[in-house]
Structure formats: structure tokens, C-alpha cells
Design a protein around this ligand. Structure first.
Ligand code: URA
Length: 263
């Protein structure tokens, strides 16, 4: 086939997929099929898994969690931590994402919010909680006098996520992804050193507490990342279940009361 015809055929195939309702690529990492030798299986495909040779002996360099710990512990400030995450090559989510989503808000804040993972809007903008859920979060914070734009630490918030890269189609993070990214989150909290941490939703609780079950956990102070932590419903959940806003409001008041108590 000539290359012009080739491109037209590919375009028609793509148009056909869009007509069928496809809106996004679903692999965790893009595959360059032109680069695959004839007959070679795509990475991650069932064929590739059956063909794979037995693994060679593993070193520390091959262990994503160990590599993440070394990189995270070596980061002396937030800029270095951001660079360390950007240099971390063991997580396939990085290859499917447009941007690294590191943080927003004021690092001097007394409150640090740890969300789950960037969605489509956050991936586009490279900032956490900028979509619909983020706008609801901003309104909830404003009700108790907090804002990510505030300069005064007592009115400020600092926001990050367990995952710095968007999972394909917003799927839940896999346990191995959480495990390899957790050293970065721990270091992030240690560097910001907030008075309290808010754990937004189940994935955030899973990462910090090793437990899910947000309906039972929410509203009860616990310890996460070595400091007082308050699990709360995720604002995306509140958008789907407006009746739960009542509990979320109670949790916001709980947070406000704790901050008023002082350090
Ligand atoms: N949900 C999250 O948990 N984090 C974001 O940044 C956006 C949506």
C-alpha cells in the first residue's frame, strides 16, 4: 500500500473506532507498533507474556519501591522531589500521561490534602483538583476559610495526590503502583510538614493507612504519615452522591475545629 493510501486507511479505521464510541486509548503505555519487528508481540500483551524469558537475578535497581525510596530520600526540598519523581522510570503510568501532577497551593499551609490521582483535566493542566471535583473541593474549603491561593499559613492549603500521573481511563491505581509511588508521597508530606493531613477518598486511605472503607473511616481522626490525619469523602463521590455532603460538611467543621485548637 502506498503511504498516502496507508494514512487514509488508518484515518478511516480511527474514524470507525470513534463512531463505535472509542474516546481514549486504553493501554497503560502507548505502544509504537511500527517499531515492533514483524511477528513480535506488543509489550504487556498475552503473547509477550508467554514468550518472556525467565527473569534475570534482580538487583536493587530493578526494584521500583527501592529505587523510589532512594530517590525520595535524596530529595532535600520540594523542587528536588518533583525532579526525582520526573526521573522515576519504573511506573508505566508516566508514559501514558501528558503531565506530571505534583502539587498546588501553599507549602507553608497547616493543612495538606492528599487526593487519589489526576483525572483528565488535571493531566492536561499539570495541577491537582482542577476539574469538577476540584471546584467542589475549593467551595468546601472556602466555607471554612481555607484556600489554595491564600498566603497566610492558617488560611492556606497544599494539595497533592497519591499518584502523580493519570491512570488510563481513570481506573483505580493498582497495589504495585501505590507501593512504588508511596515513598514519594511520604517524603512530600515530610518536606511540607503540615500540622494535619486530609485523606481524600479510599485510595488515599489505602496508601496512608493500609485500609479502605471510607464510609466508616471518614470523620475520625487517625494517624497518617506520622501526623493527625482526617479521612473524608472524595469530592468526586460527593458529586455522585449529593446526600453525603451532609457528612462532608461535618468533617469540614471537624477540620476547622482542629485547626482552631492550634498546633
Ligand atoms: N481526584 C483526585 O483525587 N485528585 C485530583 O487531582 C483530581 C481528582
Amino acid at each position: 500500500m502506498e503511504s498516502g493510501q496507508d494514512i487514509r486507511a488508518l484515518r478511516d479505521l480511527l474514524a470507525w473506532q470513534v463512531e463505535l464510541g472509542a474516546t481514549e486509548a486504553i493501554g497503560d503505555a502507548p505502544v509504537n507498533r511500527y517499531a515492533l519487528a514483524a511477528g513480535e508481540a506488543a509489550p504487556g500483551s498475552a503473547a509477550a507474556r508467554t514468550e518472556a524469558a525467565p527473569p534475570a537475578e534482580r538487583t536493587r535497581e530493578d526494584d521500583p519501591v527501592a529505587v523510589a525510596k532512594d530517590l525520595a530520600e535524596g530529595a532535600r526540598d520540594l523542587a528536588a522531589l518533583r525532579a526525582a519523581i520526573a526521573a522515576f522510570e519504573h511506573c508505566d503510568l508516566k508514559r501514558g500521561a501528558r503531565n506530571l501532577v505534583f502539587c498546588d497551593g501553599n507549602p507553608a499551609a497547616r493543612v495538606m490534602i492528599v487526593g487519589e490521582a489526576p483525572g483528565r483535566d488535571e493531566d492536561r493542566e499539570g495541577k491537582p483538583f482542577v476539574g469538577r471535583a476540584g471546584r467542589l473541593l475549593d467551595r468546601m474549603l472556602a466555607e471554612i476559610g481555607l484556600s489554595r491561593a491564600a498566603e497566610a499559613p492558617e488560611h492556606a492549603v497544599y494539595i497533592t495526590n497519591v499518584l502523580p500521573w493519570r491512570p488510563p481511563q481513570n481506573r483505580d491505581p493498582k497495589p504495585d503502583e501505590i507501593a512504588m509511588l508511596l515513598p514519594f508521597v511520604k517524603r512530600h508530606v515530610a518536606l511540607v510538614d503540615p500540622a494535619v493531613v486530609v485523606l481524600m477518598g479510599n485510595i488515599s486511605c489505602q496508601a496512608a493507612l493500609g485500609r479502605r472503607g471510607i464510609t466508616r473511616l471518614r470523620g475520625h481522626w487517625t494517624e497518617g504519615y506520622g501526623r493527625p490525619a482526617l479521612p473524608m469523602f472524595h469530592p468526586a463521590y460527593l458529586l455522585r452522591n449529593p446526600a453525603a455532603k451532609r457528612e462532608a460538611w461535618a468533617d469540614m467543621l471537624e477540620l476547622k475545629a482542629r485547626l482552631e485548637e492550634g498546633p
